[in-house]
Design a protein around this ligand. Structure first.
Ligand code: GLU
Length: 304
């Protein structure tokens, strides 16, 4: 079977499953999504793509944006970045404060909220206008000149993001936030509010399957060793407290978000984005996880 036949078969099989997930409601605006949405899109390194279902409907990418912010901060700071954030799975919830005290305000990795907030602080320090320059960076990566933040989603999270406010202030008290916490958090909430569809997201991630180079013109986004490290972090820390299980069941580096999106990739081969809003108890898309497990288990599209 070719990849299109496999994608279609697995998509239809997965669609037939009972969705036991639940939509995230702690950001009120996210609760307004249609729970039956289900889309998949795969892009190869020549830019050819294939998708189905609701692959062209935009959704809130949330934590998936943390891969873009890490990429930009890593490009700016180089290896110095690891003085501010560690590279270990956390073994705790994505918004946990637990380990920060023990680790002197150094978050366990850049994909949990504390780590992503420190990355935002780095970008606020090094960019004249982090909000504007980050957006320009993602617009360029995704070839979407009109991509913008969703004020509705960002405002909804700003009004309710008490844990993130606590995280940022706590890290500030431990010395690892250099800017005004309100400015850092405003940028963090904007960053998480980006909306993209599966086709756009799978395309935007192709640089990480392509050794750090954009597939459109081979220009360097990040170096090859940097791309290797971001992939390693996605494999070990990309799925909250279910990262080991994702590696075990799916076997690809990737990143998920509480909007129900997942992006995964096979270096030198392809990227794939899946979206279904209801989440499993670990905060990952219930159907998205099932889809990717079936897809890599019954095909050669896996690194292991
Ligand atoms: N903006 C969300 C939060 O900070 C992102 C969570 C996620 O997608 O993991 O809670």
């Amino acid at each position: 079977m070719n990849y299109k036949d496999i994608l279609e078969k697995v998509f239809h099989d997965t669609k037939g499953l009972t969705n036991k997930g639940k939509i995230a409601t702690y950001i009120p605006e996210l609760a307004n999504v249609n729970p039956t949405m289900f889309g998949v899109h795969m892009t190869n390194l020549t830019g050819e793509g294939y998708g189905m279902g609701n692959n062209l409907v935009k959704f809130s990418i949330q934590s998936i944006a943390k891969v873009f912010s890490l990429t930009l901060a890593y490009r700016i700071l180089g290896e110095e970045i690891w003085k501010r954030v560690d590279v270990e799975p956390s073994g705790t919830k994505f918004d946990s404060l637990l380990l920060l005290e023990i680790n002197n305000g150094i978050p366990r990795n850049p994909f949990i909220n504390s780590g992503a907030i420190v990355i935002c602080d780095i970008l606020v320090s090094h960019l004249g206008n982090a909000r504007k320059e980050f957006l320009a960076f993602v617009r360029d990566l995704s070839n979407l000149p009109n991509l913008s933040y969703s004020d509705k989603i960002a405002d909804s999270e700003k009004a309710n993001g008490y844990r993130n406010v606590a995280l940022c202030n706590f890290i500030k008290s431990l010395g690892n936030i250099k800017n005004d916490p309100t400015e850092v958090l405003d940028f963090y909430f904007d960053m998480c509010s980006l909306e993209m569809n599966c086709e756009q997201l799978s395309y935007a991630f192709t640089y990480l399957a392509n050794g750090g180079l954009k597939i459109s013109d081979s220009s360097e986004v990040i170096t090859k060793p940097q791309s290797k490290r971001i992939n390693a972090l996605m494999l070990t820390c990309g799925f909250y407290d279910e990262s080991g299980e994702f590696a075990f069941k799916v076997g690809l580096p990737g990143k998920s978000g509480v909007g129900g999106g997942i992006v995964a990739l096979y270096p030198h081969s392809y990227t794939i984005a899946v979206w279904s809003p209801p989440l499993n108890p670990n905060g990952n898309s219930f159907l998205g996880m099932k889809f990717l497990e079936e897809f890599t288990t019954h095909s050669d599209f896996t690194i292991f």
